[in-house]
Ligand binder design. Structure first.
Ligand SMILES: C[S@@+](CC[C@H](N)C(=O)[O-])C[C@H]1O[C@@H](n2cnc3c(N)ncnc32)[C@H](O)[C@@H]1O
Length: 252
C-alpha cells in the first residue's frame, strides 16, 4: 500500500476520501448497528467483548478510553465492572470515555442509555482530543480497520496512555485453519451482505465491512505495527479460531 492511497474495502482510494466514505457507512448503519452485530456474528461478538472486558478488568478510579466506541457496547461493560469492583472495595469512580468520529453512532449510543461513569465525545482516533498520558487504558473494538492511517492511530494511543497504561484492540482477524477460513468466507461474502440488505436495506455498507476485514493486517502484522508505535510486551489471543483477535500491549 503506497502512502498515496488508502483502502476502502477492496478499493484503493485517496486517503483524503476515506474518512468521508467510512463515515457514510456508519451514518447509514447506526440505527441498526447493534441488531446487525448480533445477526452477523450469531451473538458471538458479545462473548468476545465480555472476554476483552474481563482481560482489562476495569478498576475504580481508572480512566479508560473507548476509541471508535460506536454505541458504547464496550464502555458499558467497563463501567459496570469498575462499579462492581468499587462496591466491593471502595475507591473513586472510574471514568469511561467513549470517543467516535461519527456523531450518528454517538447519538445512537446516548439514546440507548449509558452508565454514570460514561462520558461521550466526537473525535478522530488519529488526532485524539486528549492530553498526553491521561489514560490508564485504551480500548478500540472493531474500529481500527476503519481508520485511514492505522499507525497514526496507534501512535496516538501510545501518546495518551500513562506510563504502565494498557492498550487493547479487538478486531476481526485471520482464521488459523483452512477449513474455518473457507466457511468464514462463505458466511462473509454470501450471508452478511444479504443480511445487510434484508435488515438494513443496505447491502453495500455490509459488503464494505466484509472487504475491510480482509484487507486488515493479520495477527502478526498488526502486532508488528503495535511494536513500531512504541508498545511493549505485545501479545495476541485468537477468538473463535482467529475469526477475531485481541491484541494487547503496554505503554512502558
Ligand atoms: C464497527 S464500529 C465499532 C463500534 C464499537 N467499538 C463496537 O465494538 O461495537 C466502528 C466504529 O469506528 C468508528 N470510526 C471509524 N473511523 C474512526 C476514526 N478515525 N476515529 C474514530 N472513530 C472511527 C465508526 O464511526 C464506528 O462507530
Amino acid at each position: 500500500m503506497s502512502q498515496n492511497s488508502a483502502t476502502f474495502g477492496y478499493r484503493d482510494v485517496d486517503p483524503a476520501e476515506k474518512p468521508g466514505l467510512v463515515r457514510g457507512v456508519f451514518d447509514r448503519v447506526a440505527g441498526r448497528y447493534d441488531l446487525m452485530n448480533d445477526l452477523m456474528s450469531a451473538g458471538v461478538h458479545r462473548l468476545w467483548k465480555d472476554a476483552v472486558a474481563a482481560r482489562l478488568n476495569p478498576q475504580p478510579g481508572e480512566v479508560i478510553i473507548d476509541v471508535a466506541g460506536g454505541t458504547g457496547d464496550m464502555a458499558r461493560r467497563f463501567a459496570k465492572m469498575a462499579r462492581a469492583a468499587q462496591l466491593r472495595r471502595g475507591g473513586d469512580d472510574a471514568t469511561i470515555h467513549v470517543l467516535d468520529y461519527n456523531a450518528e453512532m454517538i447519538a445512537a449510543g446516548i439514546e440507548k442509555g449509558g452508565e454514570p461513569e460514561m462520558t461521550w465525545g466526537v473525535g478522530d482516533a488519529q488526532r485524539l482530543p486528549l492530553p498526553d498520558a491521561c489514560a490508564d487504558a485504551y480500548c478500540i473494538s472493531f474500529g481500527i480497520r476503519n481508520v485511514t492511517d492505522i499507525s497514526a492511530a496507534l501512535r496516538e494511543a501510545r501518546r495518551v496512555l500513562k506510563p504502565g497504561g494498557r492498550f487493547l484492540c479487538l478486531e476481526f482477524s485471520r482464521p488459523v485453519s483452512e477449513g474455518l477460513r473457507a466457511a468464514y468466507d462463505l458466511w462473509s461474502f454470501k450471508a452478511i451482505p444479504a443480511i445487510g440488505e434484508w435488515v438494513a436495506s443496505d447491502r453495500d455498507s455490509y459488503q464494505y465491512l466484509v472487504e475491510s476485514i480482509r484487507r486488515f493486517p493479520d495477527q502478526e502484522a498488526f502486532a508488528a505495527l503495535m511494536r513500531e508505535a512504541g508498545f511493549s510486551r505485545v501479545t495476541y489471543t485468537n477468538f473463535t479460531g482467529g475469526v477475531a483477535a485481541l491484541h494487547q500491549g503496554w505503554a512502558i
